[in-house]
Design a protein around this ligand. Structure first.
Ligand SMILES: *Cc1c(COP(=O)(O)O)cnc(C)c1O
Length: 392
């Protein structure tokens, strides 16, 4: 069997053609493809504005700047996420406060967040960064209500969930990153995510003020709106009004992202089919605790199982060239975050999840045969190999 990764990009001839056409054109870095990609992406998630940036981490960084995170500002997020969700707070010299996950959804537990907010004087916490972990949509309406009560802003880290959604209290479908509830949402176009652009990121919002601010911050803090300049020296004059960065995406990457976006919905459908099959085949096994059924609106960036003997199963799969992975080592246990006093035992649900979780292959081009192989090998492992596991 050839190597089966846990996730992988799918580049078609049309994608390649789109990139080649851009290379032959007049623009390599920020040109017309950026605007096209932003517009199409905003439409896809149902937000008013989108700002393309160089990667998801840059997107998070610009969000914390646009929202005015300052030294020692406290921001709450989940320990079960990629490091960038928390690091962006540190870039602005804020303080990261973790709260435990819900053991059923693996998402930041809103009750734990509420406990923190309740226990501190109002204004202590500036913001909350919930993550649509694995592709499962956070109930952003509930977070908005809580955030409003305590004067917090909300950044939705939707890197795992373009095309994901939840149903709000009125029965309406709310797409991840649609700007209805979160102030800002961010996405990544790293090859392992749903839409690959090599590297790339996107911020979506319905807030025009934040949108304009992000456009400036993306390019060194240079005012992008000519009518907002303070001075005028002549036709050559550009004006830097605040400290920004070069976080631009290139037209080459945008062409690829735009081409990939055309197949995004198809990809999600395939991911949901794969999830359904995993669920059907694994739910009867006593050794796997999968998520409780196939969740509507789940974008299935990852398919996570929980199991005893996780380390042995991980090693077994790796020996078969099935590149399973662990998402994630809890952030509060990273040496960098331990220096702030976080330690084992702080978040029992996150730590218990980490002891048992395994991301098994999930991507649209995973074939039926490959998926069947993965499922068979899980069964083989528990029925035959586990007793001799030390000899593997
Ligand atoms: C990938 C990812 C990021 C960062 O995106 P990059 O494009 O790799 O910088 C942030 N948060 C989450 C949850 C991610 O999965």
């Amino acid at each position: 069997m050839k190597k089966i990764p846990y996730g992988r990009q799918n580049i078609t001839d049309e994608d390649i053609q789109a990139v080649v056409e851009t290379l032959k054109g007049d623009w390599l870095t920020q040109g017309p493809k950026i605007g096209e990609f932003e517009k199409a992406f905003a439409e896809y998630v149902g937000a008013k504005y989108a700002v393309a940036v160089s990667n998801g981490t840059a997107a998070l960084h610009l969000c914390t700047l646009a929202l005015g995170v300052n030294k020692n500002d406290k921001v709450i997020t989940t320990p079960i996420t990629f490091a960038a969700s928390a690091n962006c707070v540190r870039y602005a010299r804020g303080e990261v406060v973790f709260a435990d996950i819900d053991p059923e959804t693996y998402l930041l537990d809103i009750n734990e967040v509420e406990k923190l907010l309740k226990a501190a004087p109002k204004g202590t916490y500036k913001g909350i960064i919930p993550v649509d972990f694995a592709g499962r949509a956070v109930d952003m309406e509930a977070f908005r209500n809580l955030a409003d009560e305590y004067g917090c802003w909300l950044i939705e880290d939707a890197c795992h969930a373009p095309g994901g959604y939840f149903t709000d209290s009125k029965g309406n479908i709310q797409n991840c990153g649609n700007g209805q509830f979160a102030d800002l949402a961010i996405f990544s176009f790293h090859p392992v995510k749903h839409i690959a652009a090599g590297e790339g990121g996107m911020i979506t919002t319905n807030d025009e003020v934040l949108y304009r601010k992000l456009l400036n911050l993306r390019t060194h803090g240079i005012q992008q709106d000519a009518s907002k300049k303070i001075y005028d020296h002549g036709g050559w004059y550009y004006e830097m009004q605040e400290l920004g960065f070069n976080y631009r995406l290139t037209d080459i990457q945008s062409a690829l992202g735009l081409s990939q976006l055309q197949r995004a919905e198809q990809g999600i459908e395939k991911r949901r089919e794969i999830a359904k099959k995993y669920h059907q085949k694994l739910q009867e096994t006593s050794f796997i605790k999968g998520q409780s059924g196939v969740v509507p609106g789940h974008a299935y960036h990852l398919y996570v199982i929980e199991t005893e003997n996780r380390k042995e199963l991980f090693d077994y799969f790796r020996s078969l060239n099935v590149i399973v992975q662990i998402h994630y080592v809890p952030l509060h246990l990273m040496p960098y975050y331990r220096q702030f006093g976080w330690k084992e035992g702080d978040f029992p649900n996150a730590e218990n999840y980490y002891e048992h979780c395994l991301s098994i292959p999930m991507y649209p081009t995973l074939t039926d045969e490959e998926q069947a192989y993965v499922i068979d090998e899980i069964n083989t492992f528990y029925s035959e190999k586990l007793s001799t596991v030390n000899h593997l």
